[in-house]
Design a protein around this ligand. Structure first.
Ligand code: FNR
Length: 185
């Protein structure tokens, strides 16, 4: 079964990106296993820690390496990606040469209350992901302006256009994942 990870670039308990991630989980078609890729437990990356690689970081890398694809749902902080997300990518990129995202399809999407809706952060994130050898989905792009009530308490998207867009977004990503699986089969 295809296994997709959802990594949220915000660790806030009331994160709107966490809410968007929950809504996405409800929109996956049958036959896809969806798992969370938590990042809150990771210490700040330091080369000092690499000599005795923390088991928690190893577990996180093993999880990513077990996945057929990853969707990163991230806010934009100060026109870039949050520090917690960059920290998580640092861990996934070490020890030297061991890129856990290497060869893995990765899609990026983000929620913001504002109209620009994470476009700047996503540009930065895609550049970083390319460096660590991920197979980055270029299109469609997912810029979700979250307004009150867009996603209800059950994680259902209340706006039909947004729901249709998110389903198409997931369909495009699963298509990429399928093509990569076929290429490596
Ligand atoms: C923001 N916010 C924000 N929004 C945006 O569209 N572009 C930006 O550059 C920033 N910068 C920024 C910096 C910091 C430190 C914070 C805390 C917030 C607003 C941001 O989109 C909003 O707080 C979202 O709710 C953050 O997403 P999460 O954490 O709720 O998922």
């Amino acid at each position: 079964m295809t296994k997709i990870g959802i990594l949220v670039g915000s660790i806030g308990t009331t994160s709107i990106n966490k809410t968007l991630a929950g809504a996405l989980k409800n929109l996956f078609p049958e036959g896809v296993e969806v798992v969370d890729v938590p990042i809150k437990q990771l210490p700040f990356f330091s080369t000092d820690l690499e000599t005795d690689f923390p088991p928690i970081a190893r577990e996180y890398k093993d999880l990513i390496e077990s996945l057929d694809g990853v969707i990163i749902v991230t806010p934009e902080y100060n026109r870039s990606i949050p520090g917690v997300l960059k920290n998580a990518i640092e861990w996934a990129s070490r020890p030297y040469g061991e890129f856990s995202f290497g060869g893995t399809p990765v899609a990026v999407i983000g929620a913001s209350p504002g109209g620009i809706a994470t476009a700047a952060a996503q540009q930065h994130l895609k550049a970083v992901l390319s460096h660590v050898n991920a197979i980055v989905m270029g299109q469609p792009e997912g810029f979700i302006q979250v307004t009150p009530g867009l996603i209800d308490e059950q994680g259902q998207v209340t706006n039909e256009d947004t729901k249709v867009f998110l389903e198409a977004y997931l369909g495009a990503f699963l298509g990429l994942v399928g093509r990569v699986q076929k290429a490596y089969a």
